[in-house]
Design a binder for this molecule. Structure first.
Ligand SMILES: [Zn+2]
Length: 426
């Protein structure tokens, strides 16, 4: 937008694609920044699930940008309008940059409800149909710092026809033009940034057309939609992202929606993605699991391998199961351990040896196992603290790896030197 303050300063581009840098000038005051590759703070209605603002702010290296979604907010439009002071104040948020997206990446979104003029979101009370006018009225009420433009993202399933994909690209561009028109006329949205949405399903030429056309519009950045986990395999996702990012300007951020697994994050960063949503640690928490994958790239590889082997022993057959169901977001992945499992009832180690989070410093796996089997609310709190810390730690090491040419080493660590994938045990 005219007068936009957001600026992406790239310090390094590795092999022409993986980008390291800082997104500066964020928020109304322009004081905030966010390192890339990085992620946004996942929230539901402004709250990181299970955590109070107090608990949240005891954690270090939190992303400076919080994500809220219209699927959570749309049904409260009237109350927010009456409140008048914007969502940030309504939810009692601290000084954070607010990004408003359309759908909750951790919630299922039924398909078959978009029309030429409307997109539907699902809140706790059911479906809410949004026209561009209603969508923009909501943005005025929420008063975010950035928002995702309205988009028809229903073409992620791999059996979607070419005709339907083309229609989704056309509609999404039409929505963007309408959003921009209303945006430019609105005083309330002055200084707010718009992210255009790149659609195109799994059809390369539609992806390229969507990217090229969106890039012609005055947007501050790009959301890459319809590439989420479960929609396609990583080889195809990498091909599409690599091709479409070539059509996007270098100096604007690319946010990938719906991808959070560490192996997929690494592959997508290598294809040119800058930002991710951080719903993955929340999903892991919800199934009573703890993230435990290694991302140690310190110059003591022997120790890291030892730790990894230790985890391999602990996880055993559940890994195999997790890998088989790798495309289902609700299924366990090979990056976590299931603390509800009986084997942890007398395991007195922290979730992850050496982890500096509150949970690992004060509790053992056996205690978490107990909290989970007795359905104590504290289980979710402690798991969320650990999982979030572990996940943000991974992103911070990812940036370090890009800065010091250690991306290959990090990939070997995260993917378990091929051990987990090939089923190596003991
Ligand atoms: Zn921990």
């Amino acid at each position: 937008m005219a007068g936009s303050k957001m600026q992406l300063e790239l310090s390094r581009v590795v092999q022409g694609k993986s980008r390291l840098g800082v997104l500066k000038g964020l928020g109304r005051t322009g004081r905030h920044s966010l390192e890339v590759p990085g992620c946004l703070l996942y929230t539901r209605f402004g709250t990181v699930p299970h955590l109070t603002q107090d608990t949240l702010h005891t954690m270090s290296s939190l992303p400076s940008v919080s994500q809220v979604t219209l699927s959570n907010i749309a049904e409260h439009q009237e109350v927010l309008e009456e409140f008048k002071d914007g969502f940030r104040r309504f939810a009692g948020l601290h000084d954070t940059v607010l990004y408003c997206s359309l759908h909750d990446p951790a919630a299922l979104c039924p398909t078959g409800y978009t029309t030429n003029k409307t997109v539907s979101v699902w809140g706790s009370g059911g479906r809410i149909e949004l026209t561009v006018a209603k969508f923009m009225a909501l943005q005025k009420t929420v008063q975010p710092d950035w928002y995702q433009s309205m988009a028809d993202g229903e073409t992620w399933q791999n059996n979607t026809s070419r005709k339907r994909v083309r229609k989704s690209v056309d509609r999404t561009l039409a929505h963007l033009d309408e959003c921009l028109l209303l945006h430019q006329k609105s005083q309330e949205l002055e200084g707010v940034e718009v992210f255009g949405v790149v659609e195109g399903g799994d059809i390369l030429e539609e992806r390229l057309r969507s990217a090229r056309e969106t890039a012609k519009r005055p947007v501050a950045g790009f959301c890459l939609d319809g590439l989420q986990s479960g929609s396609m395999d990583q080889t195809l996702r990498t091909q599409l992202i690599t091709a479409l990012t070539k059509e996007l300007p270098e100096d604007k951020p690319r946010l990938l929606q719906g991808v959070g697994r560490p192996d997929e994050v690494l592959a997508c960063v290598e294809a040119g993605v800058d930002l991710f949503e951080s719903f993955f640690p929340f999903q892991v928490t919800e199934r009573g699991c703890a993230l435990c994958f290694s991302f140690d790239i310190s110059p003591d590889p022997e120790r890291a391998v030892l730790e990894l082997n230790e985890e391999n022993k602990a996880v055993g057959e559940t890994q195999q199961n997790g890998d088989r169901n790798r495309d289902d977001q609700t299924q366990m992945t090979s990056f976590e351990i299931d603390l509800k499992d009986k084997r942890y009832q007398d395991d007195f180690r922290p979730l992850v040896e050496g982890c500096g989070c509150y949970c690992c410093k004060n509790h053992q796996r056996a205690y978490l196992h107990h909290l989970l089997v007795t359905n104590e609310l504290l289980a979710g709190v402690l798991l969320m603290i650990h999982n979030t810390t572990h996940y943000y730690g991974f992103f911070s090491v990812l940036r370090e790896a890009l800065a010091s040419d250690k991306l290959d080493l990090l990939k070997r660590r995260v993917l378990g030197d091929g051990g987990w994938q090939t089923g190596r045990k003991e």
